[in-house]
Design a protein around this ligand. Sequence first.
Ligand code: ZN
Length: 496
Amino acid sequence: MTANLNQLNLELVEASQVRDGAGEFALVKDANGTRLAIAPTGDAGRAALSGFEGDASSGVLVGPLSPRNAAALRGRLEWLRPRPLGTSTSAGLGDRLGLATPGHVRAVRAVGGTIAPIFPQQSIREMARTQRTPIEVMDDATWGMFAEGWQGGTGADADHLKTTDDIDATLLVGFSMFTIDPSAHVDSGADTDDLATLRAKVAALPWAELEDSEASLRQRYLGKAFAVEHLSVSFDEAVVLRAAAKYGKAVSHVAKMSRHLLKAAGSRPVELEVSVDETDTPTTPAEHYWIASELRRLGVAWVSLAPRFVGRFEKGVDYIGDLKELETDVAAHAAIARHFGPYKLSLHSGSDKFSVYPIAARLARGLVHLKTAGTSYLEALRTIAALDAALFRSIYAFARERYDTDKATYHVSAELGRAPEAKDVPEAALPDLLEHFHAREILHVTFGSVLKQTNPDGSLRFKDELFGLLRGNPEAYATNLERHFIKHLKPFVGGR
Ligand SMILES: [Zn+2]
């Protein structure tokens, strides 16, 4: 007799149901919550069950959504295993709460499934702020994909890695894309230094690590103009010294991180992104050219690069700046990316940059990666606002208290004085705060404090209630996410 899932007295999550050589897999629900069920086929199936944990006494295994079962499921169903995405148009759908993947999957499907998704994506900084570990980020995305029956594959982006320890921790649990953030080694001051200061800074660069010398650097660039499609990228002494002073140590750091990654990954396929977006000043086309050329000289291979574009990419709101200027900037960076790669231009802080998407998609000719994270938290708050106005109001009031402290590490310009006070907003108008520039940024950057805040008795002030509501109303959250992300993804469909 072959076991089958329908013999269980449990509600099947139909979208999750899938069959392979070893048996039938699905999520099941009852009053105790959601669990994994597997009906094995024959002896091979029963042997395959050994990697899973749970009760198999009925012939069907029913087990928890545990790290072991998530890992075993990834081992079994190859589409759940993150893989490098190469140069396909892609989108990173960061999820600070770990509940957003079902809505993300629906949006990717709704726009035709041609954009390669990255469901597990979180920076080390955000993991610290949300008290999540790399394996939790991975597993939450695994269960979300499985619940929706997503078989289109995924990448997994270990975002904004600063140390080799960050690489090791995320590589271990199956991340496939490693975003190296050398911003701590970028000298933004070089932007305004005079020539004498630049000369001194360049003389002090770690030349041995750069496998280079100042004389050789000058010889490669000084007085030269390089043709890159419509551009002529020219280097006089100030330009080349400024690029080297600003990014020389960063280039050396990326090369070190890359070597560490490739060695640690061994035969496992991985890909690398270089991100210099979190710096004070824009990356000029000449500086992008210099970074790419120097990384290539050092043997680094990368699949995408995030320059710091002109204008302001603030968190959770549209682009602030002159779109014509941005267009010229993106065209230059895209040409350089095609010249040295081709590799993708990566749009960091990509949430809600609706006026940028059509420009980036067209000028990068589909060689583009969109990275979002915080906007999924804001959609969670929109969901909460509709489900429990009082809870949302108290989160907003608390966010206002925290804003001046929490904004320090983000690019935001919201002012408390220009966002309504929580007590002044009528209940029906609470969801509108999510459309209000100042309120939106205030809510965006305070997520860590909201999740961590405790009551005097030590219990969590918001987190448990917030998660309880989202878990209890998964359709409401998924519907909001789907609607919101269709707007993010649609401009990138058919970009090549
Ligand atoms: Zn970034």
